[in-house]
Structure formats: C-alpha cells, structure tokens
Write a protein that binds this ligand. Structure first.
Ligand code: T3D
Length: 257
C-alpha cells in the first residue's frame, strides 16, 4: 500500500515508520505523500486510538532529501504541495499522535516531530535545526510550534544557531515528553502509546482542539468553546464509564467514544 512507510497496527495503535534508512529517512515527494496518507487513514479508522510516527534504522528523519532538489526547484511549491498537506493531516488529527524519535531529527524531520502531540526520545536521539546550515528558513510549521514549546527567545536561538540539541537538553527545554534508554526504546514507546490508546479518545481530541484554539480565540469565545466541548465529552460513553468505575471503585475501561 505504501512505498516509503511501513504501516502496521499494534493493538489499537497505528505505527507509521518512515522507511528510507539509507538516507536517514530523508523526505522525497513520495515520503511526504505516504506520511500524509497514512496519518489520514489512521485518523479515520475507528479501530485506531493512538498514532505513532517513527523512523527505520538509526535516524528519525533527516529532513528534505538534498539529492532530490536542485536550483530549478521552487521550494515554495514544494512546501505548499508536499510538506504543508502532510503537517496539516497531523494538525487536524483528533487522536493522540506520538513522535517516537529513535535517532536524529533534522530540518523538516524536526518539524514533523514538533507537529506531533508527544515526543518520546531515545537517549541517543537529537534534534537539529539544520535549515540554517543550508541557508534556509525552518519550515513545515517548525516556527509555528517551536516558540509555543520553548518560548520566543529560545526558538530564535535554536533556529539561528542550528546547534545539535541532545535528548537530555530536549527534555529540559520541554521539547521531549520523555527520554528513554535506547535499549528499551521500542518497548517504552509502545507502552506510552498503549497508555494513550486506552484513554478516553474523544476527550483527548477535544483537549487538543481547545488548546490549539487558545492561541487564537478571545476569552469569551473560548469559554463558549469550553461549554460546547464539555457537552460533547459529557455525552460520551467514556464519561459515563469513568463515573461508574469511580463509584464502583474499579479501573475504568474506556472505549474511545
Ligand atoms: O523544497 C524544499 O526542499 C524545502 C524544504 C526543506 C526542508 C529541510 O528539511 S531543509 C534541511 C535538510 N536537511 C539537512 O540539511 C540535514 C542534512 N543531514 C545532516 O546534517 C546529517 O546527515 C545529520 C545531522 C542528519 C546526521 O549526521 P550523521 O553524521 O549521523 O550522518 P551522515 O553521515 O551525515 O549521513 C548518513 C547518510 O545519509 C549519508 O549518505 P552516505 O554518505 O552514507 O551515502 C548522507 O548523505 C545521507 N543523508 C543524511 N541526510 C540527508 C542525506 N541524504 C539526503 N538528504 C538528506 N537530508
């Protein structure tokens, strides 16, 4: 079904593995398209309650394949036609999306990780704002997400200096949700995704939506959004199950709807 990603279900989690390990999973048009299609289909699939994006081999993703562009390439069009639709699939997704960052994430590879809701990093992983080293501007939503995570001043510093950011530094800056030993990375990422997949998926989607709108909405409109979201959440099976489980002093079994 896909040329450049491996798509597999592990319990209720869809795993999307970027699969161009010889090029450190650098983006080609096909890889942009495959990631976008895979995220879209996981987002639509009722069986899927969490999505993991990771890389095959020793890297997460090294950004644009620099052998695949030349001086005739219109980078504006490349972004509009390839990268932006891919990032928007993640941005629109109402399920939790986890970047399982197994190794280096450079350039647009870092942008891809930033677009996800959670970043679980191997202690051997790193982020590199590689753009500046090739005279480019961080793109694919990078400068949209980065200041929200680390603040304006730090975002500017990382983007302009382009220094490698170790996993530990990512954790300190708030770029990583957690950092785990490389040896147990797959198990830890799977356990984290499994934990999210067992949670009330609808409420997670509403939390994502509300948090995003908090950057753009005035307080009065935001409070109305709170009311609408809570109405939806309160009508869900998982709300009823959560309350019932509390009353019965047992662990809730959420179904995701
Ligand atoms: O239209 C548009 O294109 C606009 C969009 C732009 C978005 C962007 O992402 S711009 C930024 C593009 N990415 C980069 O500039 C990163 C380039 N790569 C690196 O800086 C380093 O490779 C890494 C820091 C990611 C990893 O370093 P290291 O020492 O671990 O590995 P390496 O030896 O440099 O790379 C291993 C192989 O992967 C090597 O191939 P070889 O010699 O074994 O045949 C290398 O050429 C290849 N590779 C790594 N990154 C890319 C790549 N090949 C093509 N494109 C890459 N981005």
């Amino acid at each position: 079904m896909f040329e450049t990603v491996i798509y597999e279900m592990r319990d209720s989690t869809a795993w999307i593995t970027l699969n161009r390990p010889d090029k450190l999973n650098a983006f080609t048009a096909q890889l942009n398209k495959d990631v976008a299609t895979a995220v879209r289909s996981a987002a639509k699939d009722k069986e899927v309650r969490a999505i993991v994006i990771t890389g095959a081999g020793r890297a997460f993703c090294s950004g644009q394949d620099l052998g695949d562009v030349d001086e005739t390439t219109d980078y504006g069009d490349v972004l509009r036609n390839r990268y932006n639709p891919m990032i928007m699939e993640i941005e629109k997704c109402e399920k939790p999306v986890i970047a399982a960052v197994n190794g280096v994430a450079a350039g647009a590879g870092m942008s891809l990780a930033l677009a996800c809701d959670f970043r679980v990093l191997s202690n051997k992983a790193s982020f590199v704002q590689a753009f500046i080293h090739v005279g480019l501007v961080p793109d694919a939503g990078n400068l949209y997400y980065l200041p929200k995570l680390v603040g304006h001043a730090k975002a500017l510093e990382l983007a302009v200096l382009g220094e490698k950011i170790s996993a530990e530094e990512c954790l300190r800056l708030g770029l990583a949700t957690k950092v785990v030993a490389a040896e147990s990375f797959s198990d830890e990422a799977e356990a984290f995704a499994g934990r999210l997949a067992a949670m009330p998926t609808k409420a997670i989607g509403l939390i994502k939506r509300n948090l995003k709108s908090s950057w753009e909405t005035g307080m009065a409109d935001f409070l109305e959004r709170d009311a609408q979201s809570q109405r939806i959440a309160s009508q869900s099976h998982d709300h009823k199950e959560g309350v019932q489980a509390f009353m019965e002093k047992r662990k809730p079994e959420f179904q995701g709807f």
